[in-house]
Design a protein around this ligand. Structure first.
Ligand code: DC
Length: 219
């Protein structure tokens, strides 16, 4: 059986893992899984369907039937492009809230594993190395101080034309971090065999170069 290589990049909100994962996938020619987008899609779909944030059964059902399509930097929900809509902070917060439920996570497990295709996959999220791809070739856990992450998220939103306030972002990040770390189901934590990369004082180029160097050493 061919083992398809996976590089997992986990870490907290706005740690830069999305950008780093993208760049690493491009550099090695692998597919990319942005698992957070799946939780955001469930958040958006359930919000639109009027499903309460704590209605676990309805959320899991919806997650199981999620009609999604991914393209380069774009995503469609039931045929409608929602690439921009899922990036709203309110949807990110709702995604973090519904991601605490094990049935919602279970509903998305196979969908995530199906992204593992030749020539390989770079998977970005919270539990890629611990739960979804425990046999990944390389596991990276990206961190950055909450201030550095708030600044990055602020810039990201402004660049996209979405208005933002740095104090609100800092507070939301702290709330989300605490929830993602303390939940019982697949809490955010580095896998035992993950390499830690604190990017607070690193550029994207430096972070990408470090991941590529680690991968070259294990592949
Ligand atoms: O990475 P992101 O900000 O797009 O993720 C949004 C939320 O989804 C995050 O706060 C927690 C949840 N999530 C998760 O629980 N597990 C993942 N693998 C990815 C995201």
């Amino acid at each position: 059986m061919t083992i398809i290589d996976v590089i997992t990049i986990d870490g907290p909100t706005a740690s830069g893992k999305g950008t780093v994962a993208h760049r690493v996938a491009d550099a090695v020619g692998f597919h990319l899984l942005d698992s957070g987008a799946l939780y955001r899609l469930v958040a958006l779909a359930s919000d639109r369907a009027g499903v309460a944030q704590d209605d676990v059964d309805a959320l899991a059902k919806l997650a199981m039937r999620l009609d999604v399509k991914f393209g380069p930097n774009r995503v469609w929900l039931s045929g409608e492009e929602v690439s921009h809509a899922i990036r709203a902070e309110a949807i990110g917060n709702r995604a973090s809230a519904i991601a605490v439920y094990q049935p919602v996570r279970d509903a998305l497990t196979q969908l995530q594993r199906d992204f593992r295709k030749l020539p390989g996959l770079v998977a970005d999220g919270r539990d890629m190395g611990t739960v979804i791809f425990p046999d990944a070739r390389l596991k990276v856990f990206l961190t950055a101080s909450v201030e550095a992450r708030a600044r990055r998220r602020y810039k990201q939103l402004i660049d996209k034309g979405i208005s933002a306030n740095i104090e609100d972002l800092l507070r939301d990040l702290e709330t989300r971090d605490a929830r993602d770390r303390s939940r019982a189901a697949a809490p955010l934590r580095p896998a035992e065999d993950a390499r830690l990369l604190d990017t607070s004082d690193m550029t994207v180029d430096q972070s990408v170069a470090q991941v590529l160097q680690w991968f070259a050493a294990v592949r």
